[in-house]
Ligand binder design. Structure first.
Ligand SMILES: Nc1ncnc2c1ncn2[C@@H]1O[C@H](COP(=O)(O)OP(=O)(O)OP(=O)(O)O)[C@@H](O)[C@H]1O
Ligand SMILES: [Mg+2]
Length: 269
């Protein structure tokens, strides 16, 4: 089971925004997508669950083309989309009501909705907040409510479009650890970000530049490729940057460390 993106091209009224984008994501995989402003990331996100239909090429979700308009509901349920600003995604004033909104719209019976709301709020660590007004939550908590709302629809894949850009460092960590846990449970994660340090645990990173895949590779390949990152206007994260500096000073890394833990391990073990 996978999302296959095949020669995907998209344009806004004749202006080309995505060209010949190819990749695949399986359930349980974590793919990071990064690129500078305007590189086409959000457009790609909307192509993955059929909000936008490809101009050329196709997106196939678990064997169903997003162009098949009769299957739109299944596609939207299978591929959940979380946006940058949780305030745009949250609709009800109480946490559990907000999470129930999606399944209610799918016409799911109330008893099952209750189970799903419970499941989703447990997954994001907000079960004790279920009765609270959404407005009383922190940014990180709100974004996790938005993720719970998507989870309550039981998606196989979640696309997150810069989900942490409105959040403080604590909120960022909360969202990221929630996402990593979902991956462990078999959900496919497509994580779009400007903050490359959030992608150290990605199985694969795709760099988008001017609507095309500029480079793709493992987290280690991409995050230590300072030249490529700089060329497309992205910043190398601090730990890989430090690793490269130490390498330049003669420290012989077998694998260039991406995290503090890896750095400490290679230096002191
Ligand atoms: N509704 C639209 N109509 C016309 N052009 C658009 C529209 N939405 C986006 N674009 C253009 O398409 C290109 C890609 O936009 P997109 O929002 O997908 O990029 P992005 O990588 O998500 O950027 P950002 O990092 O700023 O979120 C940009 O040049 C943008 O100006
Ligand atoms: Mg965007």
């Amino acid at each position: 089971m996978s999302i296959e993106v095949k020669n995907l091209s998209f344009d806004y009224e004749g202006i080309s925004v995505l060209r010949d984008v190819n990749f695949q994501i399986d359930r349980g995989e974590f793919i990071g997508i990064a690129g500078p402003n305007g590189s086409g990331k959000s457009t790609l996100a909307r192509c993955l669950n059929g909000i936008f239909s490809p101009v050329k090429g196709e997106v196939v979700v678990d064997g169903i083309s997003v162009k098949d308009t009769s299957k739109q509901w299944i596609i939207r349920q299978t591929v959940g989309l979380v946006f940058q600003n949780p305030d745009n995604q949250l609709v009800a004033s109480i946490v559990e009501e907000d999470v129930a909104f999606g399944p209610e719209n799918l016409g799911i019976p109330p008893a099952i909705i209750r189970e799903r709301v419970q499941y989703a709020l447990e997954r994001v660590g907000l079960i004790n907040e279920r009765k609270r007004p959404v407005s009383s939550l922190s940014g990180g908590q709100k974004q996790r409510v938005a993720i719970a709302g998507i989870l309550a629809m039981r998606p196989e894949y979640i696309v997150l479009d810069e989900p942490t850009s409105m959040l403080d460092p604590v909120g960022r960590k909360e969202v990221l650890s929630t996402v990593l846990q979902l991956k462990e449970e078999g959900v496919g994660i497509i994580y779009i970000t400007h903050h490359l340090e959030e992608l150290v645990y990605a199985d694969k990173i795709i760099l988008l530049y001017k609507g095309e895949v500029f480079k793709e590779g493992s987290a280690r390949e991409i995050l230590t490729d300072e030249e490529t990152l700089t060329r497309i206007g992205l910043e190398i994260p601090e730990i890989p940057a430090l690793s490269l500096r130490l390498k330049g000073l003669g420290i012989d890394f077998n694998e260039t460390p991406l995290t503090i833990e890896e750095m400490v391990n290679v230096l002191f073990n």
